[in-house]
Design a protein around this ligand. Structure first.
Ligand code: FE2
Length: 337
């Protein structure tokens, strides 16, 4: 007891709050309002103060790389397994042994080397104009290369990690040659040169510029339920279709988290990660983000459940990182701008 008091006093004397208080430093690519309430609850429950820094995904990775061993970050939160794989490969993450995380998160949604963990998942699906497309015409990602869709598809550019990961999943399941043939067919069916983000593709379908779009599920959820009348109006013109149900399942990806290689507060970082997979946290985080919880016993929010159940591709998501380079080469080759 005495020792503890002495340490606390020393902490106060040094005027460095990090000595006086338990902290964890989070670098997050998620918008503050999508994560802050959960971090506040963590602080309330554990007494550990969370210092949150938010920035865009790729600049955060660059920052971690630049800061190296001197980085104050304990946790990286970002989306897409391809990006988390990149962070691991650049030496910014460390392996974490946690039975709680391993038990809560299905194996294909976390790194086999335990350097990153999925917290929620999203699907990259086909959205169609309800006025011009009969969903019976839709089946798989592969089918999007069929000439019947010529000039009718909208998708964002190949610089998006989401598209890189989708193509990487095609490489993993069909091989590079088949993936290239598919990408070539898809590009030849585009209604216009890629521009904008996923929401813009959905809006383009609603505006009649194309009949189909590839986009992530949470964008559609945000447009439908986010309170913006114009976006809601656009999204309501579209139907959602989960491809490849008859075979490997729909391509999914994660938003995830990892403990950084340099983590000065590693124990607290682990506590926060384990907190994120508690039932309540899973429920809150997934519904706030419009995503699906990774934990099998937690149902998705009602709004997502309304779209129906679907089979997800069980591919280990680390393969999306492994085949990222191969995907980039194919995209370049087939002229996916
Ligand atoms: Fe996104």
């Amino acid at each position: 007891m005495f020792k503890r008091v002495t340490l606390t006093l020393l902490g106060l004397i040094s005027c460095n709050p990090s000595f006086a208080t338990e902290v964890v430093n989070v670098y997050s690519a998620r918008e503050e309002q999508l994560i802050k309430p959960l971090l506040d609850a963590f602080t309330q429950d554990t007494g550990i103060q969370v210092n949150l820094i938010t920035a865009d995904d790729d600049p955060l990775l660059e920052r971690l790389k630049r800061e190296g061993a001197n980085s104050p970050a304990d946790i990286l939160m970002t989306a897409d397994a391809g990006r988390l794989y990149r962070a691991a490969e650049q030496g910014s993450l460390q392996a974490i042994q946690s039975p709680k995380l391993q038990q809560a998160i299905p194996a294909h949604l976390r790194d086999p080397q335990n350097r990153w963990f999925g917290l929620t998942y999203r699907a990259r699906v086909i959205f169609y104009n309800k006025a011009t497309v009969n969903p019976k015409e839709l089946s798989s990602y592969e089918n999007l290369a069929d000439p019947k869709w010529q000039g009718r598809i909208c998708v964002r550019s190949s610089t998006s990690i989401y598209n890189q990961s989708l193509l990487a999943s095609m490489i993993a399941s069909k091989g590079a040659a088949a993936a290239e043939t598919w990408a070539k067919g898809l590009v030849s069916n585009l209604a216009k040169p890629p521009s904008g983000g996923d929401r813009d593709q959905i809006k383009a379908v609603a505006a009649g510029q194309c009949d189909l779009a590839l986009a992530n599920t949470y964008y559609y959820a945000q447009m439908l339920y986010g309170g913006d009348a114009a976006q809601k109006d656009a999204a309501q013109k579209l139907g959602i279709f989960f491809p490849n149900q008859a075979e490997r399942g729909t391509h999914i990806n994660i938003s995830g988290a990892a403990v950084t290689a340099s983590a000065p507060n590693k124990t607290n970082a682990l506590k926060l990660l384990e907190y994120m997979v508690l039932d309540d946290a899973q429920r809150w985080y997934s519904s706030t983000n419009g995503e699906y919880p990774v934990k099998a016993n937690i149902p998705a929010a009602d709004q997502l459940q309304a779209w129906g159940r679907f089979k997800t591709d069980a591919l280990n998501l680390s393969l999306l990182g492994r085949y990222n380079q191969a995907a980039l080469i194919i995209m370049d080759k087939v002229g996916w701008k």
